[in-house]
Design a protein around this ligand. Sequence first.
Ligand code: TNX
Length: 590
Amino acid sequence: MRSPRIGARLGSGLAAALLVATGLAASAPTALAQAPASAYAGIVPAPVKVTPNASATFTITPATRIVVQPGVETAGVGSYLGQLLRRPTGFALPVTPSTSAQANTISLLLTGADPAVGEQGYQLDTTADRVVIRATTPAGLFAGVQTLRQLLPASAESARTQRGPWTVPGGSVLDHPRFGYRGAHLDVARHFFPVETVKRYIDEIAAYKINTLHLHLTDDQGWRIEIKSWPKLATYGGSTQVGGGPGGHYTQEQYKEIIAHAASRQMTVIPEFDMPGHTNSALASYAELNCDGVAPPLRTDIAVGYSSLCINKDITYKFVDDVVREIAALTPGKYFHLGGDEAHATSDADYNTFMTKALPILAKHGKTAMGWHEVAKAKPAAPTSTVIQFWDTKASNPAVAEAAARGNKVLMSPANKAYLDMKYNASSPLGLNWAGYIEVQDAYNWDPATYAQGVGESSVFGVEAPLWSETLKTLADIEYMAFPRLPAIAELGWSPASSHNWDAFKQRLAAQGPRWDAAGINYYKSPQVPWPTTNPGSCDNPAWESAKIYTGGTLVSHGNHEWRAKWWTRGDEPGSTGRWGVWEDLGSCA
Ligand code: TNX
Protein backbone atom coordinates (compact mmCIF):
# COMPACT_ATOMS: atom_id res chain seq x y z
CA MET A 1 0.00 0.00 0.00
CA ARG A 2 2.77 2.42 0.92
CA SER A 3 5.45 2.19 -1.75
CA PRO A 4 8.54 4.40 -1.80
CA ARG A 5 7.48 5.43 -5.31
CA ILE A 6 4.44 7.24 -4.08
CA GLY A 7 6.27 10.58 -4.02
CA ALA A 8 7.05 10.28 -7.71
CA ARG A 9 3.53 9.16 -8.57
CA LEU A 10 2.09 12.05 -6.62
CA GLY A 11 4.18 14.49 -8.63
CA SER A 12 2.81 13.38 -11.98
CA GLY A 13 -0.70 13.06 -10.61
CA LEU A 14 -0.61 16.60 -9.35
CA ALA A 15 0.41 17.78 -12.77
CA ALA A 16 -2.54 15.88 -14.22
CA ALA A 17 -4.85 17.41 -11.67
CA LEU A 18 -3.52 20.86 -12.47
CA LEU A 19 -4.21 20.20 -16.11
CA VAL A 20 -7.82 19.40 -15.38
CA ALA A 21 -8.35 22.17 -12.93
CA THR A 22 -6.89 24.85 -15.16
CA GLY A 23 -8.57 23.53 -18.28
CA LEU A 24 -5.21 23.68 -20.09
CA ALA A 25 -4.90 21.60 -23.20
CA ALA A 26 -2.89 18.41 -22.98
CA SER A 27 -0.41 20.01 -25.38
CA ALA A 28 1.19 22.14 -22.67
CA PRO A 29 3.27 19.55 -20.82
CA THR A 30 6.39 21.70 -20.54
CA ALA A 31 4.67 24.45 -18.66
CA LEU A 32 3.08 21.87 -16.40
CA ALA A 33 6.31 20.03 -15.84
CA GLN A 34 7.86 23.29 -14.63
CA ALA A 35 5.04 23.97 -12.23
CA PRO A 36 6.01 23.06 -8.70
CA ALA A 37 4.07 20.25 -7.02
CA SER A 38 1.72 23.13 -6.42
CA ALA A 39 -0.72 23.27 -3.58
CA TYR A 40 -3.11 24.74 -6.15
CA ALA A 41 -3.32 21.33 -7.77
CA GLY A 42 -4.37 19.67 -4.53
CA ILE A 43 -7.52 21.67 -3.75
CA VAL A 44 -10.75 19.79 -3.01
CA PRO A 45 -13.27 20.51 -4.44
CA ALA A 46 -11.39 21.31 -7.65
CA PRO A 47 -11.70 25.02 -8.43
CA VAL A 48 -12.96 26.25 -11.78
CA LYS A 49 -9.62 27.82 -12.66
CA VAL A 50 -6.23 27.94 -10.99
CA THR A 51 -3.14 29.81 -12.19
CA PRO A 52 -0.12 29.12 -9.98
CA ASN A 53 2.71 31.64 -10.03
CA ALA A 54 5.87 29.83 -8.99
CA SER A 55 7.83 33.04 -8.67
CA ALA A 56 5.86 34.47 -5.74
CA THR A 57 5.21 33.20 -2.21
CA PHE A 58 3.37 34.97 0.57
CA THR A 59 4.41 34.15 4.14
CA ILE A 60 2.18 34.78 7.13
CA THR A 61 4.32 36.40 9.85
CA PRO A 62 3.70 37.74 13.36
CA ALA A 63 2.99 41.13 11.74
CA THR A 64 0.36 39.88 9.27
CA ARG A 65 -3.12 41.37 9.63
CA ILE A 66 -6.51 40.30 8.37
CA VAL A 67 -8.35 43.09 6.56
CA VAL A 68 -12.10 42.93 6.12
CA GLN A 69 -14.57 45.02 4.18
CA PRO A 70 -16.42 47.10 6.83
CA GLY A 71 -19.65 45.37 7.90
CA VAL A 72 -20.59 42.73 10.44
CA GLU A 73 -21.00 39.78 8.13
CA THR A 74 -17.60 40.14 6.54
CA ALA A 75 -16.07 40.77 9.96
CA GLY A 76 -17.51 37.39 10.95
CA VAL A 77 -15.62 35.66 8.13
CA GLY A 78 -12.48 37.58 9.13
CA SER A 79 -12.72 36.58 12.76
CA TYR A 80 -13.32 32.96 11.71
CA LEU A 81 -10.14 33.09 9.59
CA GLY A 82 -8.31 34.57 12.57
CA GLN A 83 -9.51 31.75 14.84
CA LEU A 84 -8.39 29.16 12.29
CA LEU A 85 -4.89 30.54 11.90
CA ARG A 86 -4.09 31.76 15.42
CA ARG A 87 -3.91 28.30 16.96
CA PRO A 88 -1.30 26.73 14.68
CA THR A 89 0.73 29.92 14.09
CA GLY A 90 0.53 31.46 17.54
CA PHE A 91 0.36 34.88 15.80
CA ALA A 92 -2.02 37.71 16.84
CA LEU A 93 -3.52 38.21 13.36
CA PRO A 94 -5.70 41.21 14.24
CA VAL A 95 -8.80 41.80 12.12
CA THR A 96 -9.17 45.40 10.89
CA PRO A 97 -11.80 46.94 8.64
CA SER A 98 -10.68 48.67 5.46
CA THR A 99 -11.92 48.93 1.89
CA SER A 100 -8.60 48.14 0.26
CA ALA A 101 -5.95 45.43 0.32
CA GLN A 102 -2.66 46.38 2.01
CA ALA A 103 0.82 44.93 2.35
CA ASN A 104 1.30 41.94 4.66
CA THR A 105 -2.42 41.30 4.94
CA ILE A 106 -4.97 38.69 4.06
CA SER A 107 -7.81 40.85 2.75
CA LEU A 108 -11.45 39.78 2.45
CA LEU A 109 -13.19 42.24 0.15
CA LEU A 110 -16.68 42.50 -1.30
CA THR A 111 -15.49 44.70 -4.16
CA GLY A 112 -13.77 44.09 -7.45
CA ALA A 113 -14.50 40.37 -7.87
CA ASP A 114 -14.77 38.96 -11.37
CA PRO A 115 -18.57 38.84 -12.00
CA ALA A 116 -18.17 35.16 -12.89
CA VAL A 117 -17.90 34.36 -9.16
CA GLY A 118 -21.66 34.84 -8.76
CA GLU A 119 -23.21 34.62 -5.30
CA GLN A 120 -21.16 31.83 -3.80
CA GLY A 121 -17.86 31.98 -5.65
CA TYR A 122 -14.67 33.94 -5.04
CA GLN A 123 -11.44 35.08 -6.53
CA LEU A 124 -8.18 34.54 -4.65
CA ASP A 125 -4.92 36.22 -5.56
CA THR A 126 -1.65 35.53 -3.77
CA THR A 127 1.34 37.73 -4.45
CA ALA A 128 4.57 38.12 -2.50
CA ASP A 129 3.13 40.63 -0.05
CA ARG A 130 -0.56 39.78 0.31
CA VAL A 131 -3.45 37.43 -0.18
CA VAL A 132 -6.64 39.03 -1.47
CA ILE A 133 -9.95 37.19 -1.54
CA ARG A 134 -12.77 38.94 -3.36
CA ALA A 135 -16.40 37.90 -3.60
CA THR A 136 -19.85 39.42 -3.81
CA THR A 137 -21.13 37.86 -0.56
CA PRO A 138 -19.71 36.67 2.79
CA ALA A 139 -20.50 33.10 1.64
CA GLY A 140 -18.15 33.63 -1.29
CA LEU A 141 -15.42 35.02 0.97
CA PHE A 142 -15.89 32.03 3.28
CA ALA A 143 -15.44 29.64 0.34
CA GLY A 144 -12.25 31.51 -0.56
CA VAL A 145 -11.00 31.10 3.01
CA GLN A 146 -11.48 27.33 2.67
CA THR A 147 -9.31 27.36 -0.44
CA LEU A 148 -6.68 29.45 1.33
CA ARG A 149 -6.55 26.85 4.15
CA GLN A 150 -5.62 24.19 1.63
CA LEU A 151 -2.80 26.34 0.23
CA LEU A 152 -1.10 26.45 3.63
CA PRO A 153 1.04 23.60 5.01
CA ALA A 154 -1.00 20.73 6.48
CA SER A 155 0.17 21.64 9.97
CA ALA A 156 -2.05 24.74 9.74
CA GLU A 157 -4.88 22.33 10.65
CA SER A 158 -3.35 21.50 14.00
CA ALA A 159 -4.98 22.72 17.20
CA ARG A 160 -1.55 23.30 18.76
CA THR A 161 1.16 25.81 17.89
CA GLN A 162 3.39 24.53 15.12
CA ARG A 163 6.67 25.69 13.65
CA GLY A 164 5.80 27.10 10.25
CA PRO A 165 6.90 28.77 7.99
CA TRP A 166 3.35 29.67 6.98
CA THR A 167 3.71 29.95 3.25
CA VAL A 168 1.00 30.44 0.66
CA PRO A 169 2.28 29.76 -2.86
CA GLY A 170 1.72 32.56 -5.37
CA GLY A 171 -1.12 32.27 -7.83
CA SER A 172 -4.75 32.96 -8.54
CA VAL A 173 -8.01 31.08 -8.27
CA LEU A 174 -11.33 31.91 -9.91
CA ASP A 175 -14.03 29.70 -8.53
CA HIS A 176 -17.79 29.21 -8.26
CA PRO A 177 -20.05 26.23 -7.62
CA ARG A 178 -21.85 24.01 -10.09
CA PHE A 179 -24.86 23.66 -7.74
CA GLY A 180 -26.04 26.21 -5.19
CA TYR A 181 -27.02 23.49 -2.70
CA ARG A 182 -24.36 21.16 -1.34
CA GLY A 183 -25.63 19.32 1.66
CA ALA A 184 -24.74 16.87 4.37
CA HIS A 185 -27.39 15.09 6.39
CA LEU A 186 -26.86 13.82 9.92
CA ASP A 187 -29.18 11.36 11.69
CA VAL A 188 -29.20 12.39 15.36
CA ALA A 189 -32.23 10.17 16.02
CA ARG A 190 -30.89 6.61 15.83
CA HIS A 191 -27.97 7.65 18.03
CA PHE A 192 -28.01 11.03 19.67
CA PHE A 193 -24.99 13.28 19.24
CA PRO A 194 -24.25 16.16 21.60
CA VAL A 195 -24.14 19.77 20.36
CA GLU A 196 -20.34 19.79 20.39
CA THR A 197 -20.22 16.81 18.01
CA VAL A 198 -22.62 18.47 15.58
CA LYS A 199 -20.60 21.70 15.69
CA ARG A 200 -17.39 19.84 15.03
CA TYR A 201 -18.96 18.01 12.07
CA ILE A 202 -20.17 21.37 10.72
CA ASP A 203 -16.60 22.68 10.92
CA GLU A 204 -15.17 19.63 9.19
CA ILE A 205 -17.59 19.66 6.26
CA ALA A 206 -17.55 23.44 5.81
CA ALA A 207 -13.92 22.95 4.77
CA TYR A 208 -15.23 21.24 1.62
CA LYS A 209 -17.72 24.02 0.81
CA ILE A 210 -20.78 22.15 2.07
CA ASN A 211 -23.36 24.88 2.72
CA THR A 212 -26.37 22.98 4.14
CA LEU A 213 -26.79 20.70 7.14
CA HIS A 214 -29.94 18.56 7.03
CA LEU A 215 -30.60 17.42 10.59
CA HIS A 216 -32.73 14.27 10.86
CA LEU A 217 -34.23 15.14 14.24
CA THR A 218 -36.84 12.44 14.74
CA ASP A 219 -37.25 8.77 13.99
CA ASP A 220 -38.71 5.60 15.50
CA GLN A 221 -35.97 5.32 18.10
CA GLY A 222 -35.82 8.89 19.29
CA TRP A 223 -37.30 12.40 19.25
CA ARG A 224 -34.34 14.75 19.58
CA ILE A 225 -35.67 18.26 20.10
CA GLU A 226 -37.73 20.03 22.70
CA ILE A 227 -41.28 20.90 21.59
CA LYS A 228 -42.71 23.12 24.32
CA SER A 229 -46.36 22.33 23.53
CA TRP A 230 -45.68 18.55 23.53
CA PRO A 231 -42.94 18.19 26.17
CA LYS A 232 -42.95 14.40 26.45
CA LEU A 233 -41.72 14.08 22.85
CA ALA A 234 -38.22 15.01 23.97
CA THR A 235 -38.22 13.94 27.62
CA TYR A 236 -39.74 10.51 27.00
CA GLY A 237 -39.50 10.04 23.24
CA GLY A 238 -35.84 11.08 23.34
CA SER A 239 -34.92 8.98 26.34
CA THR A 240 -33.31 6.10 24.51
CA GLN A 241 -31.65 5.19 21.21
CA VAL A 242 -30.56 2.26 19.08
CA GLY A 243 -29.06 -0.37 21.35
CA GLY A 244 -30.87 1.00 24.41
CA GLY A 245 -28.50 3.78 25.52
CA PRO A 246 -29.79 6.91 27.24
CA GLY A 247 -30.39 8.92 24.03
CA GLY A 248 -30.89 12.64 24.60
CA HIS A 249 -32.38 15.71 22.97
CA TYR A 250 -31.56 19.32 22.15
CA THR A 251 -33.33 22.08 23.99
CA GLN A 252 -34.62 24.81 21.69
CA GLU A 253 -31.74 26.99 22.97
CA GLN A 254 -29.26 24.31 21.90
CA TYR A 255 -30.94 24.07 18.49
CA LYS A 256 -30.46 27.83 18.12
CA GLU A 257 -26.82 27.37 19.13
CA ILE A 258 -26.34 24.80 16.36
CA ILE A 259 -28.00 27.12 13.86
CA ALA A 260 -25.82 30.05 14.96
CA HIS A 261 -22.69 27.93 14.68
CA ALA A 262 -23.72 26.75 11.22
CA ALA A 263 -24.41 30.37 10.20
CA SER A 264 -20.92 31.35 11.32
CA ARG A 265 -19.72 28.73 8.81
CA GLN A 266 -22.09 30.14 6.13
CA MET A 267 -24.18 27.01 6.46
CA THR A 268 -27.97 26.71 6.61
CA VAL A 269 -29.70 24.13 8.79
CA ILE A 270 -32.71 22.21 7.46
CA PRO A 271 -34.67 20.47 10.21
CA GLU A 272 -36.33 17.17 9.35
CA PHE A 273 -39.33 15.77 11.18
CA ASP A 274 -39.98 12.44 9.52
CA MET A 275 -43.74 11.75 9.02
CA PRO A 276 -46.10 9.94 8.77
CA GLY A 277 -43.85 6.85 9.18
CA HIS A 278 -40.69 6.74 11.31
CA THR A 279 -42.79 8.12 14.17
CA ASN A 280 -42.65 5.49 16.90
CA SER A 281 -40.95 7.84 19.37
CA ALA A 282 -43.86 10.31 19.04
CA LEU A 283 -46.50 7.57 19.17
CA ALA A 284 -44.84 6.16 22.31
CA SER A 285 -44.85 9.59 23.96
CA TYR A 286 -48.53 10.45 23.41
CA ALA A 287 -51.17 7.71 23.39
CA GLU A 288 -53.67 10.07 21.74
CA LEU A 289 -51.61 10.14 18.53
CA ASN A 290 -52.38 6.42 18.00
CA CYS A 291 -55.55 5.30 16.21
CA ASP A 292 -56.24 2.80 19.02
CA GLY A 293 -55.32 5.27 21.76
CA VAL A 294 -52.62 2.96 23.07
CA ALA A 295 -49.00 4.11 23.18
CA PRO A 296 -46.53 1.54 21.85
CA PRO A 297 -43.28 0.90 23.74
CA LEU A 298 -40.12 2.82 22.87
CA ARG A 299 -37.99 0.99 20.31
CA THR A 300 -34.24 0.53 20.20
CA ASP A 301 -33.91 -1.86 17.24
CA ILE A 302 -33.24 -0.77 13.65
CA ALA A 303 -36.37 -2.03 11.88
CA VAL A 304 -38.12 0.44 9.55
CA GLY A 305 -41.61 0.83 8.12
CA TYR A 306 -43.80 -0.25 11.06
CA SER A 307 -45.02 3.06 12.51
CA SER A 308 -47.57 5.59 11.25
CA LEU A 309 -49.28 8.66 12.59
CA CYS A 310 -53.07 8.23 12.76
CA ILE A 311 -54.20 9.86 9.52
CA ASN A 312 -57.86 10.36 10.35
CA LYS A 313 -57.52 11.98 13.77
CA ASP A 314 -57.67 15.78 14.02
CA ILE A 315 -55.11 15.77 16.81
CA THR A 316 -52.51 14.48 14.33
CA TYR A 317 -52.68 17.79 12.44
CA LYS A 318 -52.67 19.80 15.66
CA PHE A 319 -49.47 17.92 16.51
CA VAL A 320 -47.94 18.62 13.06
CA ASP A 321 -48.96 22.27 13.30
CA ASP A 322 -47.44 22.71 16.76
CA VAL A 323 -44.17 21.04 15.82
CA VAL A 324 -43.83 22.99 12.58
CA ARG A 325 -44.84 26.29 14.22
CA GLU A 326 -42.33 26.00 17.05
CA ILE A 327 -39.44 24.86 14.90
CA ALA A 328 -40.16 27.12 11.92
CA ALA A 329 -39.99 30.10 14.28
CA LEU A 330 -36.45 29.11 15.30
CA THR A 331 -35.22 28.21 11.81
CA PRO A 332 -33.96 31.04 9.59
CA GLY A 333 -33.58 28.83 6.49
CA LYS A 334 -36.27 28.61 3.87
CA TYR A 335 -36.65 24.83 3.84
CA PHE A 336 -38.29 22.37 6.21
CA HIS A 337 -38.01 18.62 5.58
CA LEU A 338 -41.08 16.53 6.28
CA GLY A 339 -39.53 13.12 5.62
CA GLY A 340 -42.25 10.99 4.08
CA ASP A 341 -40.04 7.95 3.41
CA GLU A 342 -40.73 4.29 3.97
CA ALA A 343 -44.31 4.83 5.21
CA HIS A 344 -45.03 1.12 4.78
CA ALA A 345 -47.55 1.13 7.65
CA THR A 346 -49.58 3.90 5.97
CA SER A 347 -51.88 3.00 3.05
CA ASP A 348 -51.41 4.96 -0.19
CA ALA A 349 -54.76 6.66 0.35
CA ASP A 350 -53.76 7.66 3.88
CA TYR A 351 -50.35 8.84 2.68
CA ASN A 352 -52.06 11.09 0.14
CA THR A 353 -54.42 12.44 2.79
CA PHE A 354 -51.54 13.12 5.13
CA MET A 355 -49.45 15.01 2.57
CA THR A 356 -52.48 16.98 1.37
CA LYS A 357 -53.03 18.19 4.93
CA ALA A 358 -49.44 18.44 6.15
CA LEU A 359 -47.69 20.21 3.26
CA PRO A 360 -49.90 23.34 3.57
CA ILE A 361 -48.99 23.54 7.27
CA LEU A 362 -45.36 24.14 6.26
CA ALA A 363 -46.45 26.89 3.88
CA LYS A 364 -48.66 28.43 6.59
CA HIS A 365 -45.57 28.76 8.78
CA GLY A 366 -43.55 30.31 5.98
CA LYS A 367 -41.47 27.30 4.96
CA THR A 368 -40.92 25.48 1.69
CA ALA A 369 -41.16 21.70 1.88
CA MET A 370 -38.55 19.09 1.19
CA GLY A 371 -39.36 15.40 1.29
CA TRP A 372 -37.77 12.04 0.52
CA HIS A 373 -38.65 10.87 -2.98
CA GLU A 374 -41.79 8.99 -1.90
CA VAL A 375 -43.39 12.46 -1.72
CA ALA A 376 -43.24 12.54 -5.53
CA LYS A 377 -45.96 9.86 -5.57
CA ALA A 378 -48.43 11.86 -3.47
CA LYS A 379 -51.77 12.65 -5.10
CA PRO A 380 -52.75 15.36 -5.65
CA ALA A 381 -49.17 16.19 -6.52
CA ALA A 382 -47.10 18.13 -4.01
CA PRO A 383 -46.61 21.79 -5.00
CA THR A 384 -43.83 22.30 -7.54
CA SER A 385 -41.91 24.24 -4.89
CA THR A 386 -41.44 20.97 -2.96
CA VAL A 387 -37.88 19.72 -3.26
CA ILE A 388 -37.78 15.97 -3.81
CA GLN A 389 -34.82 14.15 -2.28
CA PHE A 390 -33.85 11.20 -4.48
CA TRP A 391 -32.41 8.29 -2.47
CA ASP A 392 -33.08 5.45 -4.87
CA THR A 393 -30.47 2.90 -5.85
CA LYS A 394 -32.02 2.53 -9.31
CA ALA A 395 -31.65 5.19 -11.96
CA SER A 396 -35.24 4.79 -13.03
CA ASN A 397 -37.85 6.30 -10.73
CA PRO A 398 -40.84 7.32 -12.84
CA ALA A 399 -42.56 9.28 -10.05
CA VAL A 400 -39.45 11.41 -9.56
CA ALA A 401 -39.09 11.91 -13.32
CA GLU A 402 -42.73 13.03 -13.49
CA ALA A 403 -42.21 15.44 -10.60
CA ALA A 404 -39.18 16.87 -12.39
CA ALA A 405 -41.28 17.25 -15.54
CA ARG A 406 -43.87 19.17 -13.50
CA GLY A 407 -41.13 21.51 -12.32
CA ASN A 408 -40.09 20.13 -8.93
CA LYS A 409 -36.39 20.32 -8.16
CA VAL A 410 -34.63 17.13 -7.18
CA LEU A 411 -31.91 16.83 -4.54
CA MET A 412 -29.58 13.99 -5.50
CA SER A 413 -28.60 11.47 -2.78
CA PRO A 414 -28.61 8.07 -4.51
CA ALA A 415 -28.18 5.56 -1.69
CA ASN A 416 -25.66 3.41 -3.56
CA LYS A 417 -23.40 6.42 -4.20
CA ALA A 418 -24.00 9.14 -1.65
CA TYR A 419 -25.00 7.29 1.54
CA LEU A 420 -22.12 7.76 3.93
CA ASP A 421 -23.50 5.08 6.25
CA MET A 422 -22.86 2.30 3.73
CA LYS A 423 -19.79 0.19 4.45
CA TYR A 424 -16.72 0.78 2.27
CA ASN A 425 -16.25 -2.96 1.88
CA ALA A 426 -17.12 -6.24 3.60
CA SER A 427 -14.63 -5.66 6.39
CA SER A 428 -15.70 -2.12 7.33
CA PRO A 429 -16.21 -2.11 11.10
CA LEU A 430 -19.13 0.33 10.91
CA GLY A 431 -22.07 0.91 8.59
CA LEU A 432 -24.83 -0.97 6.78
CA ASN A 433 -24.76 -2.54 3.32
CA TRP A 434 -28.34 -2.67 2.04
CA ALA A 435 -27.44 -0.32 -0.80
CA GLY A 436 -24.11 -2.06 -1.43
CA TYR A 437 -20.53 -1.24 -0.52
CA ILE A 438 -19.37 2.25 -1.41
CA GLU A 439 -15.64 2.69 -1.84
CA VAL A 440 -14.32 6.22 -2.43
CA GLN A 441 -14.26 5.75 -6.20
CA ASP A 442 -17.92 4.64 -6.18
CA ALA A 443 -18.90 7.71 -4.16
CA TYR A 444 -17.11 9.91 -6.69
CA ASN A 445 -17.92 8.23 -10.01
CA TRP A 446 -21.38 9.47 -10.89
CA ASP A 447 -22.86 12.65 -12.28
CA PRO A 448 -25.76 14.27 -10.40
CA ALA A 449 -27.15 15.58 -13.69
CA THR A 450 -27.29 12.26 -15.56
CA TYR A 451 -27.77 9.72 -12.78
CA ALA A 452 -31.58 9.63 -12.54
CA GLN A 453 -33.61 9.19 -15.69
CA GLY A 454 -35.69 12.26 -16.49
CA VAL A 455 -33.78 14.43 -14.00
CA GLY A 456 -31.43 16.62 -16.03
CA GLU A 457 -29.05 19.34 -14.88
CA SER A 458 -31.76 22.01 -14.80
CA SER A 459 -33.91 19.87 -12.48
CA VAL A 460 -31.09 19.15 -10.07
CA PHE A 461 -31.33 21.19 -6.90
CA GLY A 462 -27.98 19.98 -5.66
CA VAL A 463 -26.33 17.02 -3.97
CA GLU A 464 -26.46 15.74 -0.44
CA ALA A 465 -24.55 13.07 1.49
CA PRO A 466 -26.79 11.43 4.10
CA LEU A 467 -25.26 9.88 7.21
CA TRP A 468 -27.66 7.58 9.03
CA SER A 469 -26.52 6.59 12.49
CA GLU A 470 -27.82 3.10 13.25
CA THR A 471 -24.21 1.91 13.71
CA LEU A 472 -22.53 5.20 14.67
CA LYS A 473 -22.06 6.31 18.26
CA THR A 474 -19.24 8.85 18.38
CA LEU A 475 -17.64 11.70 16.47
CA ALA A 476 -14.83 9.33 15.50
CA ASP A 477 -17.45 6.99 13.97
CA ILE A 478 -19.02 9.87 12.03
CA GLU A 479 -15.62 10.97 10.76
CA TYR A 480 -14.65 7.47 9.68
CA MET A 481 -17.73 7.15 7.47
CA ALA A 482 -17.63 10.73 6.13
CA PHE A 483 -13.95 10.96 5.29
CA PRO A 484 -12.94 10.58 2.56
CA ARG A 485 -16.37 10.13 0.90
CA LEU A 486 -17.94 13.41 1.98
CA PRO A 487 -15.26 15.42 0.12
CA ALA A 488 -16.02 13.28 -2.96
CA ILE A 489 -19.70 14.22 -2.85
CA ALA A 490 -18.78 17.83 -2.07
CA GLU A 491 -16.69 17.91 -5.23
CA LEU A 492 -19.59 16.58 -7.32
CA GLY A 493 -21.65 19.47 -5.98
CA TRP A 494 -19.10 22.22 -6.44
CA SER A 495 -16.70 21.46 -9.30
CA PRO A 496 -17.49 21.80 -12.99
CA ALA A 497 -18.55 18.53 -14.62
CA SER A 498 -15.63 18.96 -17.04
CA SER A 499 -13.13 18.60 -14.20
CA HIS A 500 -14.50 15.21 -13.17
CA ASN A 501 -11.64 12.70 -13.28
CA TRP A 502 -11.02 9.97 -10.72
CA ASP A 503 -7.27 9.72 -11.32
CA ALA A 504 -6.86 13.43 -10.68
CA PHE A 505 -9.31 13.43 -7.79
CA LYS A 506 -7.58 10.65 -5.90
CA GLN A 507 -4.34 12.63 -6.01
CA ARG A 508 -6.09 15.71 -4.68
CA LEU A 509 -7.77 13.63 -2.02
CA ALA A 510 -4.40 12.20 -1.02
CA ALA A 511 -3.23 15.72 -0.33
CA GLN A 512 -6.01 16.05 2.26
CA GLY A 513 -4.73 13.11 4.34
CA PRO A 514 -1.99 15.05 6.17
CA ARG A 515 -4.55 17.81 6.88
CA TRP A 516 -6.90 15.30 8.51
CA ASP A 517 -3.96 13.82 10.42
CA ALA A 518 -3.06 17.27 11.71
CA ALA A 519 -6.69 18.05 12.58
CA GLY A 520 -7.17 14.71 14.34
CA ILE A 521 -9.92 13.59 11.95
CA ASN A 522 -10.45 9.81 12.06
CA TYR A 523 -10.62 8.92 8.37
CA TYR A 524 -10.74 5.68 6.42
CA LYS A 525 -7.38 5.15 4.73
CA SER A 526 -8.81 3.78 1.54
CA PRO A 527 -6.32 1.70 -0.45
CA GLN A 528 -7.70 3.44 -3.55
CA VAL A 529 -6.05 6.72 -2.53
CA PRO A 530 -2.26 7.24 -2.82
CA TRP A 531 -1.83 8.85 0.59
CA PRO A 532 1.54 10.57 0.91
CA THR A 533 4.31 8.47 2.40
CA THR A 534 5.06 9.04 6.02
CA ASN A 535 8.12 10.90 7.13
CA PRO A 536 9.61 8.61 9.75
CA GLY A 537 11.83 9.99 12.42
CA SER A 538 11.30 13.67 11.73
CA CYS A 539 10.30 14.11 15.38
CA ASP A 540 13.06 13.28 17.83
CA ASN A 541 11.58 9.81 18.36
CA PRO A 542 12.12 6.46 16.70
CA ALA A 543 9.72 5.69 13.85
CA TRP A 544 6.76 3.49 14.75
CA GLU A 545 7.23 -0.16 13.76
CA SER A 546 4.22 -2.40 13.40
CA ALA A 547 5.94 -5.54 14.71
CA LYS A 548 7.23 -3.93 17.92
CA ILE A 549 5.60 -4.12 21.34
CA TYR A 550 5.21 -0.73 23.05
CA THR A 551 4.39 -0.06 26.66
CA GLY A 552 2.23 2.86 27.79
CA GLY A 553 4.01 6.24 27.63
CA THR A 554 6.44 5.34 24.80
CA LEU A 555 6.90 8.12 22.22
CA VAL A 556 7.17 7.38 18.48
CA SER A 557 7.01 9.29 15.19
CA HIS A 558 4.56 8.27 12.51
CA GLY A 559 2.85 10.07 9.66
CA ASN A 560 4.86 13.19 10.52
CA HIS A 561 3.21 13.24 13.94
CA GLU A 562 4.42 12.52 17.42
CA TRP A 563 2.45 9.82 19.28
CA ARG A 564 2.38 8.52 22.84
CA ALA A 565 1.27 4.94 23.55
CA LYS A 566 -1.67 5.10 25.95
CA TRP A 567 -1.18 1.52 27.04
CA TRP A 568 0.39 -1.73 25.80
CA THR A 569 0.15 -1.92 22.02
CA ARG A 570 1.40 -4.02 19.18
CA GLY A 571 0.45 -3.65 15.52
CA ASP A 572 -2.01 -0.79 16.15
CA GLU A 573 -1.12 1.93 13.67
CA PRO A 574 -1.08 5.35 15.31
CA GLY A 575 -4.17 7.25 14.20
CA SER A 576 -6.08 4.18 13.08
CA THR A 577 -8.35 4.05 16.11
CA GLY A 578 -9.19 7.71 16.39
CA ARG A 579 -8.11 10.54 18.55
CA TRP A 580 -8.46 8.70 21.83
CA GLY A 581 -7.40 5.28 20.67
CA VAL A 582 -4.37 3.30 21.66
CA TRP A 583 -2.05 6.11 20.63
CA GLU A 584 -2.45 9.72 21.66
CA ASP A 585 -1.70 12.20 18.89
CA LEU A 586 0.72 14.80 20.25
CA GLY A 587 0.61 16.80 17.04
CA SER A 588 2.50 17.35 13.84
CA CYS A 589 6.29 17.27 13.75
CA ALA A 590 6.47 19.99 11.08
C1 TNX B 1 -33.20 4.11 4.66
S1 TNX B 1 -33.09 6.56 3.16
C2 TNX B 1 -33.82 5.11 5.39
C3 TNX B 1 -33.39 5.37 6.76
C4 TNX B 1 -32.32 4.41 7.21
C5 TNX B 1 -31.34 4.23 6.09
C6 TNX B 1 -30.16 3.40 6.48
C7 TNX B 1 -34.36 6.84 3.87
C8 TNX B 1 -35.09 7.96 3.39
N1 TNX B 1 -34.71 6.00 4.86
O1 TNX B 1 -34.50 5.30 7.63
O2 TNX B 1 -31.69 4.96 8.33
O3 TNX B 1 -32.00 3.62 5.01
O4 TNX B 1 -29.20 3.38 5.47
